[in-house]
Design a protein around this ligand. Structure first.
Ligand code: FEO
Length: 395
C-alpha cells in the first residue's frame, strides 16, 4: 500500500473496514481515521485515530521513526474518532507536546484525563517550524466542531483538512487517483450531507480562506487524499455549501395501509411528466443516510406520513428529526398523507417539521381521509407536476 504523501510525510492512520454506524450515519463503505507523520528536524504527527486502534497507529509510526523522536502531536479536532488515540500516543511519546488551539484544549480536558500532557496552544495564523518545513494553523470553527482547525504545510502546498473533504470510505488505496472519481465524489457528498450540511456558512467561509492557499494536496481525516482531483472536490463543495438545487425532486413517505403510498406514487407520476430526475423513497426501506444525501441537491421535496395515534409515523418522525438537525437549504416542497378521525395527524406534523427546516411551502398539505379518491390522486399528480416545473428551472 502506498502511504507516502511527500518525501518524509506518510499516512499512519487506520482503515476501519467493518464500521457500519457513525452516530446515526450508516457507513456502508466503512471508514478510515487518517493520521500523518511529518519527519523533519523535528517530527510531528498530525491527528490520532479512534481509541481502539491506537496500537496499530503506533506500529505504523514506529515503522518509520522511534516514538521517542516525536516532538509534536497536532490535534486538529477533538471529536473522539480523531482524539481517542491521544492518551495512548502521548503516553508512548514522552517528548511530545500536544499542539492544538485553546478551544480544543478545553474540549480535550473534558474528554480525557489530561494530567501530565505537555500543551502547545496555538492561535489562528500561528506557525511552528519543524526545520525545512513548517506547520501553519488555520481555525475553521464548526467544520465540524467549534475547535476545528486546519494544519497547512506551505513548503509542500499540503493541507491537512480534518473532516472537510473527507469520506467515510474504507479503501485499500490512499489517494484519489487510485479510486473511481464518481465513487469518491459520491462518498464525499454523503459525508458532507450527513456530517456537516448544517454548517454550510462556516464551511463556505473556510473555502474562501482555503482558496487563498496554494494547495497541491488535501489530506483529510477520513477517506482518500486528494492530489489529482482537488478542483473537482472544491467545485462540488461550492455547490454543497449552499445545497445548490439540481433538476431533481424527491418524494419521501411512510405508509400504514398504503393510502399515503398511493399518494406518493401519484406525486412521483406527476413529477415524471417533467424533464427532471424524480426519486421516491419509503423511509422504512431506505436509510436516512441515503435520504439526506439525495435531499441535499434536490430542488423540491414532498414528504408524506399517515396518521398514527393522532400523530406522525415514528419512522418518519426519526427521519425528520435527522433532517431538521442537518437543515437542507434552498428547497421548496409540501406535506401530504392520510388520516382517519384525527384533525391533527401525520400531514400536519410533517408540515410543521418542513416549516422548521425552512423548506418553502409550495402549497397546503394534501390530506386524504382513509384511502385517496381519484380526485385526491389527481391533486397529488398536479402537485408532482408543480414540483417538476420548479426543478426544471435548474436544468
Ligand atoms: Fe471525523 Fe467530526 O470527526
Amino acid at each position: 500500500m502506498n502511504t507516502k504523501l511527500k518525501e518524509g510525510i506518510d499516512w499512519v492512520g487506520y482503515i476501519d473496514w467493518t464500521v457500519r454506524d457513525f452516530h446515526g450515519y450508516k457507513t456502508e463503505s466503512g471508514s478510515t481515521y487518517n493520521a500523518y507523520l511529518v519527519q523533519d528536524e523535528k517530527n510531528a504527527v498530525i491527528d490520532a485515530v479512534k481509541a481502539p486502534y491506537v496500537g496499530k497507529y503506533l506500529e505504523r509510526i514506529k515503522a518509520l521513526t522511534p516514538l521517542e523522536s516525536i516532538d509534536y502531536i497536532v490535534c486538529n479536532h477533538a471529536e473522539p474518532d480523531h482524539s481517542g488515540g491521544l492518551p495512548g500516543i502521548l503516553a508512548a511519546c514522552p517528548q511530545a507536546e500536544l499542539v492544538c488551539n485553546a478551544k480544543c484544549k478545553t474540549a480535550l480536558e473534558k474528554h480525557y484525563d489530561t494530567a501530565g500532557w505537555k500543551w502547545h496552544v496555538v492561535a489562528d495564523g500561528d506557525t511552528l517550524s519543524l526545520g525545512k518545513r513548517s506547520l501553519a494553523f488555520v481555525d475553521t470553527p464548526m467544520v465540524h466542531w467549534p475547535e476545528s482547525m486546519f494544519t497547512y504545510v506551505p513548503e509542500e502546498k499540503l493541507l491537512f483538512s480534518m473532516d472537510a473533504f473527507g469520506q467515510h470510505y474504507a479503501s485499500a488505496f490512499r489517494f484519489d487517483d487510485e479510486e473511481p472519481l464518481d465513487v469518491i465524489l459520491q462518498e464525499a457528498k454523503a459525508y458532507y450531507a450527513n456530517i456537516v450540511m448544517l454548517y454550510g456558512r462556516p464551511i463556505s467561509q473556510t473555502l474562501e480562506r482555503a482558496a487563498d492557499l496554494e494547495i497541491e494536496m488535501i489530506a483529510p481525516s477520513h477517506g482518500v487524499i486528494w492530489r489529482s482531483h482537488i478542483k473537482e472536490v472544491f467545485e462540488a463543495y461550492q455547490k454543497w455549501v449552499v445545497c445548490k438545487p439540481a433538476a431533481k425532486v424527491v418524494v419521501l413517505y411512510a405508509t400504514m395501509w398504503k393510502a399515503t403510498e398511493q399518494m406518493a406514487q401519484a406525486i412521483l407520476e406527476g413529477a415524471q411528466e417533467c424533464e427532471v430526475e424524480a426519486q421516491l423513497f419509503n423511509v422504512d426501506s431506505t436509510h436516512m443516510t441515503r435520504i439526506v444525501t439525495e435531499v441535499l441537491d434536490c430542488a423540491a421535496v414532498a414528504i408524506g406520513s399517515p396518521t398514527l395515534n393522532n400523530g406522525i409515523m415514528p419512522s418518519m418522525a426519526g427521519v425528520l428529526c435527522y433532517m431538521k438537525g442537518l437543515r437542507p437549504a434552498n428547497k421548496q416542497g409540501f406535506a401530504f398523507g392520510s388520516y382517519g378521525w384525527s384533525k391533527r395527524g401525520g400531514p400536519n406534523e410533517v408540515a410543521e417539521a418542513m416549516d422548521v427546516m425552512k423548506i418553502e411551502a409550495m402549497q397546503e398539505p394534501i390530506r386524504s381521509q382513509y384511502a385517496p379518491t381519484p380526485e385526491i390522486l389527481e391533486q397529488c399528480r398536479e402537485a408532482g407536476r408543480a414540483m417538476g416545473k420548479i426543478a426544471e428551472q435548474y436544468k
